[in-house]
Write a protein that binds this ligand. Structure first.
Ligand code: G1P
Length: 292
């Protein structure tokens, strides 16, 4: 059984980078090939043994709540029409052993504040945080969060997913630095939210995967506003580091930044090329496409 039973999905953000698509729908409901982004994230958590899914939602996010609810009408109709395969697809969104909890973040005060909103549902256990904007694909191998659960079990401390980025991109990410423990694991000695490239401690960027000990909640309660005038998870992690060892883990797999248009397009193309039903037809289509 996995030592991490709960995953938190902060999904209250406005998605302004995808306007007008996200005027009335949640950015996490945008589809990559045939599934909404949020479902890639929850499937990653469920495959890693997590059973409690905690969604921190905002007021325009009701479609997410509906997606994880039982769809009586649809299921009855599909049953009557003997569409067994489709019925299975619909039911598999929430496997029977999974509990979903929805918490409203009534003010958009930042990622740190969103994670703090999850405290009543997480209680006193280590937990995962997954940002659905970061779609991470590991071609048949263990998912990013599964790899991090393994690191948590080995190190018994918070684990942050990281990746190397170009130095000039440091102001888009939390940036970490610290000594290497092995090929993929480092200790976090420094962590800073969106530093200017001239102030970045390294080229190691935080991606949207965390395993955190519950001590983070007390740190979040006293974290003031930081970068972008928001309560930053990164700042609370920097405080936690003073009392607990924290590890950075350079995951195996490909990350798509689906919070950006180019990353979202890349995810659609590359995942379509791996898709059981679509791959052949899509590959042929791309080959025939005049690219100049
Ligand atoms: C958030 C975090 C940042 C992290 C990033 C990963 O930023 O605050 O530390 O590097 O996610 O995607 P956001 O992209 O929400 O501004």
């Amino acid at each position: 059984m996995s030592s991490i039973r709960t995953a938190v999905f902060p999904v209250a953000g406005l998605g302004t980078r995808f306007l007008p698509a996200t005027k009335a729908i949640a950015k996490e409901m945008l589809t990559v090939v045939d599934k909404p982004l949020i479902q890639y994230a929850t499937e990653e958590a469920v495959a890693a043994g997590m059973e409690n899914l905690v969604f921190i939602v905002g007021r325009t996010k009701n479609a997410i709540i509906d997606h994880y609810d039982k769809a009586y009408e649809l299921e009855t109709e599909l049953g009557l029409r003997n569409k067994t395969e489709l019925l299975k697809v619909v039911k598999e969104v929430v496997p029977p052993h999974i509990h979903c909890v929805f918490i409203r973040q009534s003010e958009a005060l930042g990622l740190g504040h969103a994670v703090l909103c999850a405290e009543p549902a997480v209680t006193d256990q280590p937990f995962a945080v997954i940002l659905p904007d970061d779609l991470i694909y590991n071609n048949g191998g263990p998912s990013c969060i599964q790899q991090m659960v393994d690191v948590y079990e080995q190190q018994q401390g918070s684990v942050i997913g990281t990746q190397t980025v170009a130095m000039e991109e440091s102001d888009k990410y939390g940036m970490v630095a610290g000594p290497r423990i092995d090929e993929r694991i480092s200790r976090v000695d420094e962590i800073i939210e969106k530093p200017d490239p001239s102030e970045a401690p390294s080229d190691q960027a935080v991606v949207g995967r965390y395993i955190l000990t519950p001590a983070i909640f007390d740190k979040l309660k006293t974290t003031g506003r930081g970068a972008g005038n928001e309560i930053q998870l990164t700042d609370a992690i920097a405080e936690l580091r003073k009392t607990e060892e924290i590890y950075a883990y350079s995951f195996e797999g490909r990350r798509y930044d689906c919070g950006s248009k180019i990353g979202y397009l890349e995810a659609n193309v590359e995942i379509a090329l791996q898709h059981e039903e679509m791959a052949d037809a899509f590959r042929q289509y791309l080959k025939a496409l005049p690219l100049d």
